[in-house]
Design a binder for this molecule. Structure first.
Ligand SMILES: [Fe+2]
Length: 315
């Protein structure tokens, strides 16, 4: 729940997010099911799950993006991990799952995505991380964001951690973690100097025999349209889709019209969900309400919103 004290506490983060949004502002197809035959859908649902996914809610009422997956054989995969203040929570969550991370993916170096990992790296204690994956920004992009110092600090922590780091600069790679598969569909984009960090989000698709999930990070219009029109555009269709940039001012309406999906995952605090800058519903400059309307137009019926539902699990 959000109270006035919490809202006050998060003022800086909220202001930063509204500011970031302002800086970045730059044929209807109805569907409700994946394009598979009914018999195939039944077969998919009856298949054994290859991984469990948890969508973690923000614990500091900010815009953290945090997902954890556990494969059918118990290997742990982390997607982003949230804000620096959430490091103790994700450490504890991983600990409860065995304390060892097989692979930690960072979509892009904004603090609401890499902050928790960056905070953990200098003092891992008993936490084990076997491999980190990211797509390192080109030098021309690093200084294009107000969080450039945090980004450089994160890169420094990566280098000093001693953990193997895989810098992915080409899309297409497919990784297998037991019965869970992951494909990189988009990497950093040095040509997009506007909204640079968000538009360099690594976009990833994860699937097993019964479900698929698309992680869009904070992809902006340019990043989303590029991957949609590129070599791996045909790989975007997924049953579940993590809404780009917390569900507002991310990918274009055309992107969401073009990609087939059934369920929206929203890593979104209440003030973003309601576009509430402190004066009530839809009184600020965020685009969440517009995106929600797009999803209604598309006939999407199932939504999992962190601020409304808390932790959500998918098997
Ligand atoms: Fe974000």
């Amino acid at each position: 729940m959000v109270n006035k004290k919490d809202m006050k506490k998060q003022k800086i983060n909220r202001r930063q997010f509204f500011g970031r949004t302002a800086a970045a502002l730059g044929g209807f197809v109805a569907f409700s099911l994946l394009p598979v035959a009914a018999s195939e859908k039944t077969e998919m649902k009856n298949s054994k799950s290859g991984f469990t996914l948890w969508q973690l809610p923000s614990h500091v009422n900010t815009i953290g993006n945090s997902y954890v997956m556990r494969t059918n054989k118990g290997r742990i995969i982390v997607m982003d991990g949230g804000m620096p203040q959430e490091a103790p929570f994700i450490r504890g969550f991983i600990d409860a799952l065995g304390g060892e991370v097989e692979a930690w993916f960072i979509s892009h170096p904004h603090s609401d995505h890499m902050g928790a990992l960056s905070a953990l790296l200098p003092d891992l204690q008993h936490l084990k991380i076997k491999q980190i994956y990211h797509s390192r920004l080109a030098e021309n992009l690093i200084d294009k964001d107000e969080e450039q110092n945090l980004c450089r600090e994160f890169y420094d922590h990566l280098e000093k951690s001693g953990i193997p780091v895989k810098d992915i600069q080409d899309a297409g790679q497919i990784l297998h973690f037991d019965e869970m598969n992951l494909q990189i569909l988009s990497v950093q984009n040095p040509e997009f100097e506007m909204n640079a960090y968000n538009n360099s989000s690594m976009i990833m698709r994860v699937w097993d025999k019964r479900k698929s999930v698309l992680f869009l990070g904070d992809a902006g219009v340019e990043c989303g349209d590029k991957v949609l029109q590129g070599t791996y555009g045909h790989r975007l269709d997924s049953e579940y889709i993590q809404m780009a940039h917390h569900g507002q001012n991310g990918c274009s309406q055309q992107f969401y019209k073009s990609v087939k999906f059934r369920v929206c995952l929203w890593p979104t605090p209440l003030w973003v969900w309601n576009n509430d800058g402190g004066k009530g519903f839809n009184t600020a400059n965020l685009k969440t309400v517009e995106t929600r309307h797009w999803m209604d137009e598309l006939g999407i019926k199932e939504h999992h919103v962190t601020c409304l539902e808390g932790m959500w699990r998918l098997d």
